[in-house]
Design a binder for this molecule. Structure first.
Ligand SMILES: *[C@@H]1O[C@H](CO)[C@@H](O)[C@H](O)[C@H]1NC(C)=O
Ligand SMILES: *[C@@H]1O[C@H](CO)[C@@H](O)[C@H](O)[C@H]1NC(C)=O
Length: 218
């Protein structure tokens, strides 16, 4: 009688430990995206691939978003140029600040998905400003925090992004550029642009649940 109880206790403890281990040992896959605010393929990738993939994989992904633009030297004041003009620079800056002030990657992804999903390259600066505020209202980020980052921190954040961009090998010649676990592999990048979830799932050694469902479906 006593023995049976002991075994039960032991197996319960064992199950609890095994479960805790399974939870903490979920491998995380880092995905880095270098993008620009008005680049159509960047939008397509974020809205149609990365965001839905994140909704499935959650924190098994370590999402690293880097909105890039080019500094131009003008005395001590930093100025920026963007391929698609000043509104793109504004979108990049708001993105950088939303990334900077997000305390969870879920808030970051919801904000970026909201801010970039209403994509149209002939919208006015006023429209983008209103959208930037609207997106913070629904997504748990404080507009005051984003705005104060835009006043004070954004140049340094964007300079650090630019530094990171110059260090990638092989060198980045376009955006979107997608790296997994800090490696830039062109074949994997193009596979991810077509099907992010399947590509990410292939790269996990320990498959998250969402991946098992994906493979069953295929
Ligand atoms: C440098 O900054 C000044 C003052 O903001 C501006 O008038 C000028 O056009 C800028 N020059 C360049 C090359 O951007
Ligand atoms: C922002 O939200 C207001 C109030 O809901 C809405 O009227 C307006 O159209 C929104 N603007 C943008 C750019 O989404």
């Amino acid at each position: 009688m006593f023995r049976v109880i002991e075994i039960n206790m032991f197996s319960k403890l064992f199950l609890i430990c095994a479960f805790a281990l399974a939870v903490t040992s979920q491998e995380r896959l880092k995905v880095t995206l270098f993008y620009e605010g008005l680049c159509p393929y960047c939008h397509d990738f974020i809205i149609q691939q990365l965001y839905p993939g994140f909704k499935k994989l959650g924190n098994a992904l370590d999402v690293d978003l880097v909105s890039v633009q080019h500094p131009k030297n003008n005395g001590s004041k930093i100025e920026w140029t963007c391929q698609h003009g000043p509104i793109e620079c504004y979108i990049n800056k708001v993105s950088a600040c939303a990334i900077h002030v997000s305390d969870t990657q879920s808030k970051m992804m919801e904000y970026i998905n909201c801010f970039l999903s209403d994509f149209d390259d002939d919208k006015s600066k006023e429209y983008e400003e209103e959208l930037a505020k609207n997106c913070s209202a629904g997504n748990g980020l404080s507009w005051d925090n984003i705005n104060s980052c835009l006043d004070k921190d954004v140049d340094n954040i964007l300079l650090a992004y630019e530094q990171r961009k110059t260090k990638v090998q092989p060198p980045l010649e376009y955006v979107p550029a997608i790296l997994f676990n800090d490696k830039h592999d062109i074949d994997i990048e193009f596979a991810a642009r077509d099907d992010f979830l399947a590509t990410a799932c292939r790269l996990f050694k320990t498959k998250p649940k969402a991946c098992l469902k994906t493979f069953l479906k295929n």
